[in-house]
Design a protein around this ligand. Structure first.
Ligand SMILES: C[S@@+](CC[C@H](N)C(=O)[O-])C[C@H]1O[C@@H](n2cnc3c(N)ncnc32)[C@H](O)[C@@H]1O
Length: 271
């Protein structure tokens, strides 16, 4: 990383999962759900961009690693994948062409002009230094390589009717995450322009959403994130326990039904 990057990289740390076994269990389940809900769509996008045997791929903030394992299968026998994350507790063994690396995308160096594909899903939104990180991701691409970034956009979610207790929890969680980590719930609408500013071409994006039914996996991917991070945010004084308890209860009722956030996926190619 250049001295310039280090300077720009200052700022709040992205979220971390503590050593508490219960917190880790909840995060493991949440990451597995995220993979189940999103991998098919992500894989379809990568297929449309031409992923094939021989590609060298990077999956940043790989979480449970299910998509990185799919990529490794897809690009074998001659291609390979590097899956990075600050926390490797949720990764499983993969194929021999998959390297899982502990790596902080804000502070650690990446090779340059190396990858046919750099992918980051549900990561940049949680990182305050996302603009500097994007610079680094573009440098990591080889000419002709694709950058694929996806994150949820929350504007439509906020405009729908929601149970009062859950809305209070949602508002408090968003404020707390923005304060604590620089989380930006509307970052996805800026991704295409951020790609163009870095000289990427053939830029396009798509968004999709799905219904969230209370007490099922379709809602738990979000509710588990709240359950995991609530104790720390309550201790830090960002939230009160009553808001957490009532909000979680409301979202786990069988009759809870909401449209999920729009998952926006953007891609662009390094000329
Ligand atoms: C919401 S999860 C998404 C996981 C995976 N990309 C997916 O979509 O299933 C965000 C991941 O980013 C990782 N992360 C957060 N900050 C990071 C950083 N500075 N460098 C690398 N990974 C980071 C977290 O540990 C977590 O695994």
């Amino acid at each position: 990383m250049s001295a310039d990057d280090s300077e720009r990289a200052g700022g709040r740390a992205s979220y971390r999962v503590s050593e508490d076994p219960e917190e880790a269990r909840v995060e493991g389940r949440r990451l597995a759900l995220l993979g189940e809900l999103r991998d098919r769509r992500s894989a379809a996008t990568l297929e449309a961009l031409g992923i094939e045997d021989g590609w060298r791929c990077l999956d940043v903030g790989s979480g449970g690693g299910s998509l990185a394992r799919w990529m490794a299968e897809r690009v074998r026998p001659y291609g390979s994948v590097v899956a990075t994350d600050v926390d490797l507790r949720f990764q499983r063994e993969g194929r021999d062409n998959l390297e899982v690396r502990r790596h902080d995308i804000v502070h650690d160096a990446l090779p340059e002009n190396e990858f046919h594909l750099v992918h980051a899903r549900a990561v940049l939104q949680t990182i305050e230094q996302r603009e500097a990180v994007l610079d680094k991701l573009v440098r990591a691409l080889r000419p002709g390589g694709w950058l694929v970034v996806s994150d949820p956009e929350w504007s439509a979610f906020e405009r729908q009717p929601l149970p009062e207790a859950f809305r209070a929890l949602y508002d408090a969680m968003m404020d707390a995450a923005a304060h604590a980590h620089g989380y930006d719930r509307h970052w996805p609408v800026r991704i295409p322009a951020a790609f163009r500013a870095r000289g990427l071409v053939d830029i396009d994006c798509r968004g999709d959403s799905h219904a969230m039914h209370g007490g099922t996996d379709s809602a738990e991917w979000l509710i588990l994130a709240y359950e995991r991070s609530a104790p720390g945010l309550v201790r830090a004084g960002f939230l009160d326990q009553r808001t957490v308890d009532e909000g979680l209860r409301a979202a786990r009722k069988r009759d809870f039904l909401a449209m999920g956030p729009v998952s926006v996926c953007c891609w662009g190619r390094k000329p």
